[in-house]
Design a binder for this molecule. Sequence first.
Ligand code: PEP
Ligand code: MN
Length: 351
Amino acid sequence: MLIVMKHDASAEEVTRVVDVIEEMGYEARPMPGKQRTAIGLVGNDGKVNADRLESLPGVLEIIHVSQPYKQVSREWREEPTIVQLANGTRIGGGEVVVMAGPCSVESEAQIVGIAHSLREAGATILRGGAFKPRTSPYAFQGMGEPGLKLLAKAREETGMAVVTEALDEESLARVAEYADIIQIGARNMQNFSLLRRAGRTGKPILLKRGMAATVKDLLLSAEYVLAEGNGQVILCERGVRGFDTHTRNLLDLTAIPVVKSLSHLPIIADPSHGTGLRAKVIPMARAAVAAGADGLMIEVHPDPERAMSDGAQSLYPEQFEELMQQIAVIAEAIGREMQPSLTGRPVRAVV
Ligand code: PEP
Ligand code: MN
């Protein structure tokens, strides 16, 4: 439930509404907006006395949020959520943000080296898994904490922000210590206890869509994070299971405009896991930007043939540079811009 205040409501009137909500045994979340303040009532058990709130001074109207997800909905908050990182990157503010890097952190030379070339190409966020969710228990499971330390080293050298996955509650605390954004992978999208704990870290969360999850499932999972008081959530479309074996997954680009209409949260696309094939990553990355994605997550490896995971879908650094040039043009064509690069040079080379 949302209590919308009149545009000229005083601070005392807002406080009064908050006090009454708390008196009734619920949580109040005041959200000052450009035009007026709205106050979210959290924990509605269906027994809220709306008349009591409606009659308070300064209250314009009461909105019953009709969706099962409340705080992530557009009804709850009209303005887009912008996730702001320490290195100046803003996700959801209209600029196209690129997160790139290898599937897994493998060595210092690999991660620090690739970070430098990604930065040159215009990426502002470095990805790389230290804790890897692998289909086979015998496959490379990631470097663990030493991998996190290498990501921190790459950040120190390049100024890039770091996104990396927390696989379970055990790795979460360590990941939270090093990462700028905590990734919750597709396989964990409905690990609700992990979502709650990740929410409580207060760090931005990148939530990937499960491979058999509907958009509604994705939004309800995000709601778990917001319910912990953490609104810094970025959604990620990374492909769902399809029936055609020509690609690893079916990248559902429709989810981008659908999420945009239902939620204020930013949404990015991951065409690397979404297609599983290097040659398909570039066209789908272009399409995702054209569809209105707030950013991309792209796997890039200095030597994909020798990658310890996901080599077949990892771009060569030169391919990534070319892709950045192309998406800069697409972004401009739809009235958006690229997130300014950390080098101070425009992403789009002057032609
Ligand atoms: C990844 O980003 O490396 C990853 C494992 O992604 P997903 O959870 O989407 O499979
Ligand atoms: Mn991967």
